[in-house]
Design a binder for this molecule. Structure first.
Ligand SMILES: C[S@@+](CC[C@H](N)C(=O)[O-])C[C@H]1O[C@@H](n2cnc3c(N)ncnc32)[C@H](O)[C@@H]1O
Ligand SMILES: Nc1nc2[nH]cc(C(=O)O)c2c(=O)[nH]1
Ligand code: SF4
Ligand SMILES: [Mg+2]
Length: 217
């Protein structure tokens, strides 16, 4: 059967040797485009595999883990060390589907900060300097992940997502950064509503996917 790009194929966890290897979609040195740390240089590690299937996902290429090679975390982190990067963003796909202890530990052992981007729908393993949770309608985040989130980033696709955002705000810590991010294709429609919402609810801030405007990965 041909490998499908846009369908989820579960990777055999045994092949990952407890997280010493991970399916790697891509890795690149760029600028954190989203969220509280927008504008900071960071090395990105995009892990393959996600079964959550957000219809507007901008990383559908990553859904099928089978499409991407298993790469050792040593090799991945060695690539980081060939750059001046001081921070690493681990994203996907849904990276929390995998044991992340070996990767998170190795990044930190090299005195590099590690940031995680996750839907929060799976138990997050590893030690992280910054956890961004972006809750999804298809599979809700786990309570324990919300409690340890440094940043809550809600994608605003339609008006009802403002209520969705308020629902998750109740579950995060008092110092968690609260961000609303326009779904990219709905920018023109939702951005003006978001501006009014944030002016009326100043605990929320706006996050734009600035890398898309800078035309960088
Ligand atoms: C591709 S996801 C990977 C990490 C994880 N699966 C998650 O969803 O948080 C990275 C970030 O991009 C956001 N995102 C994905 N597609 C988007 C889109 N079309 N517009 C705005 N944000 C998007 C997600 O909500 C998430 O915060
Ligand atoms: N520049 C840049 N910043 C990002 N922040 C989060 C991203 C992601 O896909 O998780 C991302 C991304 O894909 N590119
Ligand atoms: S959870 Fe993240 S990677 Fe998975 S489909 Fe949604 S946006 Fe894409
Ligand atoms: Mg992205």
């Amino acid at each position: 059967m041909a490998k499908s790009q846009k369908s989820y194929q579960k990777v055999d966890l045994k092949l990952l040797e407890g997280g010493k290897k991970l399916p790697l979609v891509e890795s690149f040195y760029s600028i954190q485009g989203e969220g509280h740390h927008t504008g900071k240089p960071a090395y990105f590690i995009r892990v393959g595999g996600c079964d959550i299937a957000c219809h507007w996902c901008d990383s559908k290429i990553s859904w099928n883990a089978d499409m991407h090679p298993l790469v050792s975390v040593d090799e991945i982190v060695n690539q980081v060390l060939n750059t001046p990067a001081r921070s690493v963003v681990v994203t996907g796909g849904e990276p929390a589907m995998y044991p992340l202890n070996p990767l998170s530990t190795l990044i930190r052992r090299n005195n590099i900060s590690n940031f995680l981007e996750s839907s929060g729908a799976y138990e997050i393993t590893g030690q992280w300097d910054w956890i961004c949770i972006s809750p999804k309608h298809n599979k809700h985040p786990l309570k324990q992940n919300l409690e340890r989130a440094d940043e809550l980033k809600i994608v605003i696709f339609s008006q009802s997502d403002f209520d969705f955002a308020e629902q998750w705000k109740k579950e995060v810590s008092a110092d968690c950064k609260l961000l609303l991010q326009p779904e990219y294709s709905q920018f023109k429609k939702m951005a003006p509503l978001m501006v009014e919402y944030v002016k009326a609810h100043p605990e929320w801030n706006i996050s734009l996917q600035s890398h898309k405007y800078l035309d960088i990965p």
